[in-house]
Write a protein that binds this ligand. Structure first.
Ligand code: CTP
Length: 415
């Protein structure tokens, strides 16, 4: 029985799923990537579960027994339960999907398990194991997916598949690389013809697919594969991927491995444009929906490109004040990006950058300046900036020294 391969913890979860499904009187199945990976003996902590019934109701009924974090998605008839023990349950209502516009999300309506397997991307993912009721443990394989798993083939279920959902092109690249599979002949033909539809994917979905590529072990290999298919101009306009340095990618991945809050994908995107684009401004043409913070990182790179280049060339001679100007208050992604460019020399700068990113304590404030007769306006910011420089260079340490400096300078700032 394939489900025996789930291991102790996985099987315990599955028993609770089956019990809840029996109590609610619904048919339940393990589906998609979970079945594929069980068959291939690959560890997968994502349990894809399909219910011939209401997935949200089922998830709400099941979760108190599991004690996880639950999220429900009305539009997709689905719910996710995240457990403290690595496992994530993706629970969906078995459904039919109707594509009105190529590239957009489909209209979804409930259907049976066969409808559900029919709407999927590849034969190797159109697999289900029945978990309860009649034919328990039966493998449902309407498209010969097990056979394709044996042969190591990625095959679409019909010729419109990539056109209806062009994100599948990127999914194919991920799976091909991860599993070391090949494209079935006809699938390769329809894939090649469908590349142009990538520009119909919304910015948010495209960004999500790119994030998944970055999470894979073989990111660079996947990027080269989709590059060979002609995908690059649609996702990363203006770049020549051959210039991407594997060492910098390696550094970014290792650095971010235990820092979950850092957006690894964003750092990699900055690196791609830094190393592979004749003009880094092209980064603003990447068709992702960037958040405010993400834009801030890109703008930092573009605006500071000359200083960054100098820092890479002569980091030892870079003064702390220059570093402070460059790094003050920047997101951690910016710091990691910079470190990835510094190579062997980075050890020296890590501590300095940390200090430079923090604020500098100023012994007097804007309010003090008003008390000493300065009028509100840009002049206050200018004086505080100059004061910051004095503090950074060690000429002013105390409030008294700052006030003396201010009195001496007052005439220079007279309006
Ligand atoms: N799926 C699909 N078309 C898509 C996305 C997903 O048909 N554009 C189907 C596939 O059958 C897939 C399942 O939904 O197996 C679950 O999707 P997801 O969790 O993203 O993929 P997995 O196959 O589990 O892959 P991974 O191992 O990368 O998580």
């Amino acid at each position: 029985m394939l489900t025996n391969k789930l291991g102790f913890e996985g099987k315990k979860i599955l028993q609770k799923v089956i019990k809840a499904a029996n109590q609610m009187g619904v048919n339940t199945y393990l589906v998609g990537g979970t079945v594929r990976d069980l068959y291939l003996n690959k560890t997968n902590y994502d349990l894809d579960i399909a219910i011939e019934g209401n997935a949200q109701e089922f998830a709400n009924f099941l979760n108190p027994v599991l004690g996880g974090d639950i999220r429900t998605y009305e539009r997709f008839l689905s719910a996710t339960i995240t457990l403290p023990s690595f496992f994530v349950l993706d629970i969906t209502t078995t459904r039919k999907e109707i594509y009105l516009n190529y590239g957009s999300l489909p209209i979804v309506e409930p259907g049976n398990i066969y409808d559900d397997l029919k709407r999927r991307d590849f034969s190797i993912n159109s697999l289900a194991i029945k978990l309860n009721n009649q034919d328990k443990e039966m493998i449902i394989d309407p498209f010969n997916g097990l056979n394709d798993l044996d042969k190591g083939l990625i095959k679409v279920l019909h010729n419109e598949s990539f056109r209806e959902d062009p994100t599948r092109i990127l999914r194919a690249a991920r799976l091909l690389t991860r599993l070391k599979f090949n494209l079935e002949e006809n699938t390769e033909k329809t894939l090649t013809k469908s590349i142009k539809y990538i520009n119909r994917i919304s910015g948010t979905r495209l960004k999500n697919e790119y994030k998944k590529i970055v999470k894979e072990d073989n990111t660079l290999q996947i990027l080269h594969l989709v590059d060979a298919w002609g995908v690059t101009p649609y996702v990363f306009p203006g770049i020549k991927l051959n210039y991407l340095n594997p060492k910098s990618i390696g550094f970014i991945k290792t650095w971010c491995r235990n820092r979950k809050e850092i957006e690894t994908w964003l750092i990699l995107l900055m690196l791609i444009y830094w190393q592979c684009s004749p003009k880094i401004d092209y980064i603003f043409e990447v068709p992702f929906d960037f958040s405010k913070k993400e834009k801030l990182c890109l703008e930092w790179m573009v605006e500071n490109r000359k200083v960054i280049k100098r820092l890479i060339q002569e980091n030892i001679n870079f003064s702390f004040i220059q570093l402070h100007r460059l790094m003050y208050n920047v997101p951690e992604e910016v710091e990691t990006f910079l470190l990835s460019l510094l190579g062997e020399k980075r050890e020296f700068l890590i501590k300095e950058i940390k200090k430079a990113r923090q604020g500098v304590y100023l012994p007097i404030t804007g309010r003090d300046l008003l008390k000493y007769g300065f009028r509100p306006g840009p002049i206050i910011g200018k004086i505080l900036n100059n004061l910051e420089q004095e503090v950074l260079e060690g000429r002013i340490n105390t409030r008294e020294e700052a006030l003396n400096w201010l009195l001496e300078m007052r005439d220079n700032y007279a309006e």
